[in-house]
Design a protein around this ligand. Structure first.
Ligand SMILES: NC(=O)c1ccc[n+]([C@@H]2O[C@H](COP(=O)([O-])OP(=O)(O)OC[C@H]3O[C@@H](n4cnc5c(N)ncnc54)[C@H](OP(=O)(O)O)[C@@H]3O)[C@@H](O)[C@H]2O)c1
Length: 268
């Protein structure tokens, strides 16, 4: 199995690379910007690992990655679109600058890479794409509007792609993590309190869901599974959901899913 994982230099992507490396005959392609981190992981994993250091928001990144995978392997069995980030901020502060930056990475970069690799995925069918979205792609909270917009968009696009590519032998699945402690999303407020620590999951659990969704053929997985209830509540009980998310108890949640790395949006 030839598997390409974006955002493999930390968190969920790194855990997914470690998990997929255990599959018989796995040959991995690791993508992210920090080449040193990818090379260190490749050295730990051993075997046939191709490292491609790319900024996925660069215009030509998709084409360069597709050329490299075709040249090295001539096929692709699994694409894991995992790279992503969020920048905290209410719309009144971050505005369209934050919205544009977030959609650029979390939606358009995924679509651009998929567009470049789709011919190879079709040629390699049966093959699979897993898009790592978020529970925030089903339920929005204050302070994370740009992030939610990007993940709502990613899920909508993925649902359509699932229907379009199934007949071509390319399975498209979605994984929606809840709160997962990683470098970019430390979930510090939740981890700090015994009363909320239980809500935080691990990158390894998301990696297992990615395997179930890609090679395993599932259409959608929440991690942990009960987070699906939030999506159901948003549709069936919208008033109650807004009330809960708008209350005092929502303050911590509003600030924990989205990281605070510097970027144009937070500087705006
Ligand atoms: N952790 C959570 O609570 C949570 C919840 C729901 C969904 N998610 C989603 O899960 C995915 C992985 O997040 P994570 O929690 O594992 O965060 P993370 O540890 O910060 O990992 C993000 C990865 O994306 C890569 N990346 C960021 N910008 C990039 C760019 N322009 N070009 C190429 N690669 C880029 C980063 O690598 P470089 O910096 O080396 O480029 C890194 O490997 C994201 O899509 C996130 O939205 C996370």
């Amino acid at each position: 199995m030839i598997a390409l994982i974006t955002g493999a230099s930390s968190g969920i992507g790194e855990a997914t690379a470690r998990r997929l490396a255990q599959e018989p005959g796995a040959q991995l392609v690791l993508v992210a910007r920090r080449e040193d981190r990818l090379q260190a992981l490749a050295a730990q994993l051993g075997g046939d690992v191709l490292v491609l250091a790319e900024d996925l928001t660069d215009e030509g990144a998709g084409a360069r990655i597709a050329d490299a995978v075709r040249a090295r392997h001539g096929r692709l069995d699994l694409l894991v679109n995992n790279a992503g980030a969020g920048w905290r901020g209410r719309f009144a502060d971050g505005g369209t600058t934050n919205l544009r930056q977030t959609l650029e990475l979390n939606l358009f970069a995924q679509a651009a890479l998929t567009e470049a690799l789709l011919p190879l995925l079709r040629e390699s069918a049966p093959s699979a794409i897993v898009n790592v979205a978020s529970t925030s792609g089903r339920v929005a909270r204050a302070g994370a509007g740009a992030y939610s917009a990007s993940k709502f968009g990613l899920i909508g696009w993925s649902d359509a792609l699932h229907l379009e590519e199934g007949p071509h032998g390319v399975h498209v699945g979605i994984v929606n993590p809840g709160f997962v402690a990683t470098e970019g999303f430390p979930q510090a407020e939740l981890v700090a309190k015994a009363t909320t620590r239980w809500m935080v999951s691990t990158p390894e659990k998301v990696a297992a869901a990615i395997v179930q969704t890609g090679p395993g053929g599932k259409a959608e997985r929440y991690v942990p599974r009960p987070y699906a209830l939030a999506a159901i509540a948003r549709i069936l009980l919208p008033g109650l959901t807004r009330k809960v998310l708008g209350g005092d108890g929502a303050t911590a949640l509003a600030t924990t899913t989205v990281d605070n790395r510097p970027g144009p949006a937070t500087d705006a």
